[in-house]
Ligand binder design. Structure first.
Ligand SMILES: CC(C)(COP(=O)(O)OP(=O)(O)OC[C@H]1O[C@@H](n2cnc3c(N)ncnc32)[C@H](O)[C@@H]1OP(=O)(O)O)[C@@H](O)C(=O)NCCC(=O)NCCS
Length: 221
């Protein structure tokens, strides 16, 4: 059995009790459908705080999460496309501590330690506007967008597009909730849907996240 729950993916809200973002859950193929996933989730999701995850299309995953009180909320589209030929709103480089308040409002989680850890990784840069922020990570020709957020949906769009405009890489990847205005902006610019998950949360989690103005990091949430 192999379970992957990235410690960096754990997200603690400013609320009591603390919440959790479940990063990933995998069971080796030869052990699937024998109760291992259910047992792992019973342990991982037993706390009382808000719970959020990105479920694959595996019906067993969605069923297990629903049985733990989470609901399928919106598709999470993994988009990839060129960094050029998009609007270029201005952004400035910033440090994670400067965007903590905006991140809490957009993502629902207070996770300064996680953002500080991420900002120290090679190739990671944080950008901000007056009302939005975006982290990007460049490794070789690959650019990963997120987390990003804004006071409103367009503020998040501006932060992401501004960060894309600074990119050295030609191609970028981003995980966007289906109701976010970036979906039509990027698909309209010729980006492709590489994969799709389902953003799932329990009622407390639903009350915290703003998927129309938040772009999660694919792994950190
Ligand atoms: C998804 C995964 C983690 C589940 O773990 P698992 O050990 O195989 O699952 P379990 O045997 O504990 O439970 C499967 C549940 O799905 C239910 N199930 C199976 N097919 C179903 C279907 N089509 N519709 C609804 N429920 C279904 C089973 O009845 C069982 O529920 P129950 O225990 O309440 O009866 C595992 O199958 C896996 O690694 N899949 C591939 C990777 C993946 O997609 N991971 C999810 C990432 S979010």
């Amino acid at each position: 059995m192999r379970n992957v729950v990235a410690p960096q993916g754990a997200r603690f809200t400013p609320f009591d009790p603390p919440g959790v973002h479940l990063g990933d859950l995998f069971v080796l193929p030869e052990h699937q459908s024998s109760g291992a996933g259910r047992a792992l989730l019973a342990e991982l999701l037993r706390g009382a705080g808000p719970k959020v995850t990105f479920a694959s299309s595996d019906p067993r995953a969605i069923a297990l999460y629903v049985r733990h009180g989470l609901r399928p909320w919106t598709p999470l589209l993994y988009l990839t496309g060129p960094t050029s030929a998009l609007p270029t709103p201005p952004v400035r480089r910033t440090r994670p501590e400067n965007i903590t308040a905006l991140d809490i409002r957009a993502s629902g989680g207070a996770r300064h330690a996680t953002l500080a850890w991420y900002s120290a990784l090679p190739g990671v840069t944080f950008y901000a506007t007056d009302r939005g922020y975006d982290a990007v990570r460049q490794t070789g020709h690959d650019l990963v967008i997120g987390p990003a957020g804004g006071a409103g949906p367009q503020d998040c769009v501006d932060a992401v597009l501004g960060a894309l405009a600074t990119a050295q890489a030609r191609i970028a990847r981003i995980a966007v909730p289906g109701m976010h205005p970036l979906v039509s902006a990027l698909l309209g610019a010729g980006w492709h849907i590489a994969d799709m998950d389902t953003l799932m949360a329990d009622d407390a989690g639903l009350a915290l996240i703003h998927p129309d103005r938040y772009v999660p990091h694919p792994d950190l949430g």
